[in-house]
Write a protein that binds this ligand. Structure first.
Ligand SMILES: Nc1ncnc2c1ncn2[C@@H]1O[C@H](COP(=O)(O)OP(=O)(O)OP(=O)(O)O)[C@@H](O)[C@H]1O
Length: 244
């Protein structure tokens, strides 16, 4: 479970998160939407300790991240993250990218590690790319490898930070389909920052609308997709898309 209690975060004097109170239950799929610069990335980066919080409490899988002594390596065994720009190791093959963390962190047996990695590559539709290097892949393929790499750790929580926004339009669906199938399995907690409203409508349990570092709406998905909240969100999102 993830629980924010009165969490504040500053970058210098800039108040990036203001009094966040949120709970995400194990197995929930939560989509976070909101305008550019509203703090969505900051919010999810706090969940795996990539950003520190200044005050309040943030409990993730029983660990209090406000405690400066929290063991972030231990936390990250159970909390994976998929980034906008994939962050694959360029000098390692696809399968090595997937096998590395389970080998080093979980000390997983090598044969078992390889079996799991190949199965995951198959799941994301890239079985034939095991020995390719990231530079030989399209953006959408890289992102599917990044997802397989996160899944290899069997995390309880998987965070997605705008996973499709660096992709060409024709690649987006392949990545969203992989994410949808993970969401539909129902055992992992997913927190997804995205502008993909179709994805949210299909698989989200909850939608959080974020603005100026604050939770403005926190609704069950069926509630959110009733007008006029969805319409307001679309107006915000159309501004972002025009920007880009
Ligand atoms: N490391 C940092 N140092 C200083 N300011 C930062 C830092 N990271 C983010 N910010 C600022 O904090 C605010 C929130 O940024 P954040 O990336 O969380 O927003 P976002 O909602 O994810 O935006 P986008 O949709 O454009 O990615 C922005 O005003 C940003 O400029």
């Amino acid at each position: 479970m993830i629980e924010f209690k009165n969490v504040d975060k500053y970058y210098g004097k800039y108040h990036a998160l203001t009094d966040i109170n949120l709970q995400v239950q194990q197995g929930e799929v939560v989509v976070v939407i909101g305008p550019s610069g509203s703090g969505k990335s900051t919010l999810i980066r706090t969940i795996n300790g990539l950003e520190e919080i200044e005050s309040g409490q943030l409990i993730v899988n029983g660990m209090d991240l406000a405690d400066k002594k929290a063991d972030l390596n231990e936390l990250r065994k159970n909390v994976g993250m998929v980034f906008q720009h994939f962050n694959l190791y360029a000098n390692k093959t696809v399968i090595e990218n997937i096998m590395l963390a389970p080998r080093l962190v979980l000390k997983r047996d090598e044969a078992e590690n390889k079996k799991i990695a190949l199965r995951l590559l198959d799941t994301v539709g890239l079985a034939e790319k095991a020995d390719a290097y990231p530079k030989q892949l399209s953006g959408g393929q890289k992102q599917r490898v990044a997802i397989a790499r996160s899944l290899a750790m069997k995390p309880k929580v998987l965070l997605f930070d705008e996973p499709t926004s660096a992709l060409d339009p024709e690649m987006i669906d392949d990545v969203l389909n992989v994410m949808k199938s993970i969401a539909k399995q129902g055992d992992m907690t997913l927190v997804v920052v995205t502008h993909e409203m179709g994805f949210a409508r299909e698989v989200a349990d909850r939608v959080i609308f974020f603005d100026q570092g604050q939770v403005v709406e926190d609704d069950p998905a069926e509630e959110f997709f009733k007008q006029p909240k969805e319409e307001r969100a679309r107006q915000f999102l159309s501004k972002i898309i025009t920007h880009k």
